[in-house]
Design a protein around this ligand. Structure first.
Ligand code: FES
Length: 145
């Protein structure tokens, strides 16, 4: 009579020590799959005009236009990549970019100027690389006001 009682105790102890059952959603590979929509960055078509040529590239909303241009082999002027040296000036011809991290004054941005290294697309857009002197003149004229 003692043997069945011992077996019941062993069964109870094994059940109490087993890990909780957790159901995970798994993909075909058996690995947990993140929600694709939550991870996909939105991309925009950006037309870059430079040196008499025009190229359309896809730029994700979390990358700068300069970074994508360089990855695509477009030889645009640049140096610091931090929005400080102003060697990557451009003029926004159409569309919208976020350059909230850039060093240009709000007045200069309102006139359509941008720094490629500080510009994140927020719509399909067209941006033209301009001579550094053009941006410096605008920046100085705005500072005098
Ligand atoms: S590379 Fe220096 S400001 Fe853009």
């Amino acid at each position: 009579m003692a043997a069945p009682a011992a077996a019941s105790l062993i069964h109870l102890a094994a059940t109490a020590c087993s890990p909780p059952r957790v159901r995970l959603r798994r993909g075909a590979t058996g690995l947990r799959r993140p929600r694709a929509a939550a991870l996909a960055a939105r991309a925009y078509k950006v037309t870059i005009e430079h040196g008499g040529e025009s190229r359309v590239v896809e730029v994700e909303e979390d990358e700068t236009i300069l970074s994508r241009a360089l990855d695509e082999g477009i030889d645009v002027p640049h140096d610091c990549k931090l929005g400080v040296c102003m060697t990557c000036p451009a003029r926004l011809v159409a569309g919208e970019v976020d350059q909230g991290d850039g060093m240009l004054s709000d007045d200069v941005v309102a006139q359509g100027y941008a720094l490629l290294c500080a510009s994140y697309p927020r719509s399909d857009c067209t941006i033209r690389v301009i001579p550094e002197e053009e941006l410096l003149q605008v920046q100085l004229a705005t500072a005098d006001d």
